[in-house]
Write a protein of this length. Structure first.
Length: 139
């Protein structure tokens, strides 16, 4: 990938395993939460597919938040609020900064990403453990 992007190897790339661990924790929590919901509501599977596509465009994956600038439109303020509340806004820089910019992500971005990941893991695990006895009856 580094050859395709014509980027040189930097020490910041050694940070990528940290990003992978944080993303794995977030994904595990989300998976546990959605798995429990899918047992009781079969349409969650189909709704998840649609929501993931929407999340792709609402997350700063295809663009950098710094590129947006500041506009005074009401819809732009709503979009900036959505970006601040979107956990992907803090997870994506864990990969973008080392690969594209050759720098380690900011401490605030890392802290918020870790907090979101741990919170999602605890929420997903808590819901899964609480509903697990009822899973077999609905399956």
């Amino acid at each position: 990938m580094m050859l395709a992007l014509r980027q040189r190897f930097t020490a910041a790339l050694l940070f990528l395993p940290v990003g992978i661990v944080v993303l794995t924790l977030f994904t595990a929590g989300t998976t546990l939460l959605l798995a429990s919901a899918t047992v009781f509501f079969r349409d969650v599977r189909h709704l998840t597919e649609v929501l993931l596509q929407v999340l792709l465009y609402l997350s700063p994956i295809l663009y950098d938040v710094a590129q947006l600038g500041s506009r005074g439109n009401w819809w732009f303020r709503v979009f900036r609020l959505e970006l601040r509340l979107n956990p992907m806004s803090y997870l994506v820089p864990l990969f973008r900064d080392p690969v594209y910019y050759g720098r380690i992500p900011s401490l605030s971005s890392l802290g918020i990403a870790c907090g979101c990941a741990v919170a999602m893991l605890l929420l997903g695990y808590g819901v899964f453990v609480r509903l697990e006895p009822r899973h077999i009856h609905h399956f």
